[in-house]
Design a binder for this molecule. Structure first.
Ligand SMILES: *Cc1c(COP(=O)(O)O)cnc(C)c1O
Length: 316
């Protein structure tokens, strides 16, 4: 195992919600991508693959987590990366990717990135999609949902009737839905969509729910129906990585409750979680935190001080 489990669950008393602290999945680099890699790296190794090719935005947390943890497992990591709005956080992630030894190939669009990935495929390469969100990666969140169920059974928290989680490439939400259904727990999963195009995110996420449930050995369509997934698009704003006012406000609320959020993913989701509590539609709301809170400083010590020009061009 590369992470440290179970991650804690905490009550944010003032905000009237619970939080699952997946920012703490690893002291080296935390967040949700670690749980997907718990499944992806062993599968790559079992298939004798020594090289991963993947894809993401230039400051992708998935690319960084893969660079760090697959790199430590002796797997070379190469990623085709596409433009993203420039923030200090994105710049640090790119520098940390390079420090971890990843090869980044700039592309202007996801179509271009796909072509570049295809051109670099050769035997011995393990292909990982955007966000680590294939069935294997999503099974990491089936494990996470079962971990939560064990915490509920141990009395650490009441059974939430709503679980609010960020939806980028969908694997996290899909794994949670499949895992809860598999464990026979009833809850509504509110997926706050932060990526576009929305039709594709919906299609991919719903497909992953069914495929991941089946891969986990689930056979009962009624159990799956007992865990409805509501995909909410009201926090997306102008698109992926584009901050909204609601997210800026949620960032401050989170900070005052001791949660470190980011404007691309978790502040948008947290805004959705706050709305969910205010709506009084649910009694027990759990916000599933997915952003690493591990300091990047140790990784950045060996990093280039600036982003190379061919990658700098991807920062709008
Ligand atoms: C990748 C990511 C997400 C989205 O998870 P998906 O499984 O891609 O939907 C949410 N939060 C953070 C911080 C992430 O890096």
């Amino acid at each position: 195992m590369i992470g440290v489990y179970p991650t804690p669950v905490e009550r944010l008393e003032k905000l009237g919600m619970w939080v699952k602290r997946d920012d703490l999945t690893s002291p080296i680099y935390g967040g949700n991508k670690v749980r997907k890699l718990e499944r992806l790296i062993p599968e790559a190794l079992a298939r004798g693959k020594k090289r991963i090719i993947t894809v993401g935005a230039v400051g992708s947390h998935h690319v960084l987590a893969t660079a760090i943890f697959a790199g430590r497992a002796g797997i070379a990591v190469e990623a085709s990366v596409v433009p993203q709005p420039r923030t200090e956080h994105v710049v640090e992630n790119v520098r940390a990717d390079l420090a971890a030894g990843a090869t980044l190939r700039p592309a202007r669009t996801y179509v271009g990135a796909g072509i570049s990935m295809a051109l670099h495929m050769r035997p011995g390469t393990y292909l990982v999609p955007m966000g680590g969100s294939n069935v294997t990666g999503s099974l990491g969140y089936v494990d996470a949902a079962k971990e939560l169920v064990a915490q509920i059974e141990a009395g650490e928290l009441p059974c939430p009737d709503a679980i609010v989680v960020t939806v980028g490439s969908g694997g996290t939400a899909a794994g949670i839905v499949a895992g809860l259904a598999h464990a026979g727990v009833k809850a509504t999963v509110i997926g706050v969509v932060v990526a576009a195009p929305v039709w594709f995110v919906r299609f991919w996420t719903r497909r992953l729910v069914r495929a991941t449930y089946a891969a986990a050995g689930g056979k009962d369509p009624r159990a799956l129906a007992a865990v409805p997934l509501e995909l909410v698009t009201s926090q997306l704003g102008k698109g992926y990585g584009e901050p909204t006012d609601a997210a800026r406000r949620a960032l401050d609320v989170g900070a005052s409750a001791g949660l470190h959020l980011d404007l691309t993913y978790t502040a948008k989701c947290f805004a959705g979680a706050l709305e969910c509590v205010q709506s009084a539609r649910f009694k027990n709301v759990l916000y599933w935190h997915t952003l690493s809170s591990a300091p990047l400083a140790p990784l950045l010590e060996q990093a280039p001080s600036a982003v190379p020009p061919e990658l700098e061009r991807l920062l709008r």
